[in-house]
Design a protein around this ligand. Structure first.
Ligand SMILES: C[N+](C)(C)CCCC[C@H](N)C(=O)O
Ligand SMILES: O=C(O)CCC(=O)C(=O)O
Ligand SMILES: [Fe+2]
Length: 372
């Protein structure tokens, strides 16, 4: 990128076609060029914001241009002059640009304890390398483990803050939960919970869920179940395309009800980028489904058929990673991708943790240079 040069420029219609030293050629429309003028009256380089309203950008023509290989200078019909560096322009080759925006999840099934690094908390909190390992693991597998954490909600909070900041919901900011029914939800019992995503009833589901087992005494069970939601969706697409299609288009309503609260949200169970077909979000929770009316018997039957098909991948033990959370290990999962659950348990089990908004953890990953 740094050695990028512009070999040739030709004017075509209302555009400039540039050939770069590495062989690629990119066409820039004059409206794009004028909008991307980086002079101080067009762009505030200190705040990285455009300085002009889109309605105030003149619809000017290119009168002339000069290329000195490292930059081009354009003179406009209203006498404005713009300079663009080769390095800046070279980033806008559509394919490269689009590709650079893609996340590259590594889909998994079964136990992946040998792949997910256990990053010591001091390394995570105090070194760039430690932080990168945690966020890279979240980007790759949708799961990260931070070890050696103090067995308290306060020590857990420090980790949650470093992941992007605590997201407040009706459950609180940092939460600590046991079998005491502080909320009208089965998470606050000792019942088994099949793999699910949280917050299917929120307009913005939590980005990350952080869980730290602070105590489990005088009992057994309470094993954690994780499963890659993207893997299941990918298998469904291959084996039952019509079920995949239904779950990517049908708006399934979910709800959360307790005293003074009533959340509902309708959206597809599998959200796919309509341009790239990449998997964007899984919103799967069989318990929090709302009672719904259907437009036809076919739609009603498709709902049950397709949800059951997808549920089979998530319930298949071969696809699950099961382990027992231990005090000191903070588990972090991408709630847009990985489903979590637990087996039923006896005894006194205390979990602490929080949610982190997706925008906030991706912000951290981007600031570390791990994504664009
Ligand atoms: C205990 N904690 C606050 C983590 C979660 C409670 C939310 C549970 C809800 N059924 C859901 O799946 O979203
Ligand atoms: O008890 C657990 O391990 C997890 C419970 C759960 O699903 C949640 O807190 O969201
Ligand atoms: Fe949950």
């Amino acid at each position: 990128m740094v050695n990028e040069t512009i070999e040739a420029v030709i004017a075509v219609d209302r555009a400039l076609e540039l050939s770069f030293g590495d062989g690629k050629s990119i066409r820039f429309e004059d409206c794009w060029l004028r909008d991307h003028c980086r002079c101080s009256s067009c762009y505030h380089s200190d705040t990285f914001q455009r300085a002009q309203h889109i309605l105030d950008i003149p619809d000017a023509n290119i009168v002339s241009f000069e290329n000195d290989n490292t930059k081009i200078e354009v003179t406009w019909s209203d006498d404005h002059k713009s300079t663009y560096s080769a390095e800046f322009l070279s980033k806008f080759d559509y394919k490269t640009w689009k590709e650079s925006r893609k996340l590259k999840p590594i889909l998994w099934h079964g136990a992946i304890e040998n792949k997910v690094p256990k990053v010591p908390v001091e390394e995570f909190l105090t070194s760039v390398d430690g932080a990168k390992r945690v966020f890279q693991s979240l980007l790759d597998y949708g799961v990260a483990l931070v070890v050696g954490v103090g067995v308290s909600l306060e020590a857990t909070e420090v980790v949650c803050k470093a992941l992007g900041g605590v997201q407040h919901t009706i459950f609180g900011g940092m939460w600590q939960f046991t079998t005491r029914a502080d909320h009208a939800d089965t998470a606050y019992t000792n019942l088994p919970l099949a793999a699910h995503n949280d917050n299917t009833y929120f307009t913005e589901a939590a980005g990350l869920q952080i869980l730290h087992c602070l105590e489990h005494k005088n009992g057994t069970g309470g094993e954690t179940i994780l499963v890659d939601g993207f893997y299941g969706a990918q298998e469904l697409k291959k084996e039952s395309p019509e079920d995949f299609e239904f779950l990517t288009t049908f708006n399934l309503e979910a709800e959360y009800i307790e005293d003074g609260h009533h959340h509902t949200y309708s959206a597809p169970v599998i959200r796919v980028d309509n341009e790239t077909q990449e998997l964007v979000q899984i919103r799967f929770n069989v318990y929090d489904r709302a009672a719904m009316a259907f437009s036809s018997s076919e739609e009603c039957r498709s709902y049950y058929r397709s949800l059951r098909s997808l549920a089979k991948y998530y319930q298949n033990p071969d696809n699950q990673w099961r382990f027992k959370l231990k005090p000191g290990t903070v588990m972090i999962m991408d709630n847009f991708r990985v489903l979590h659950g637990r087996t039923g348990f006896s005894g006194s089990r205390v979990l602490g943790g929080s949610y982190v908004a997706r925008s906030d953890w991706l912000d951290k990953a981007r600031a570390l240079g791990l994504i664009q």
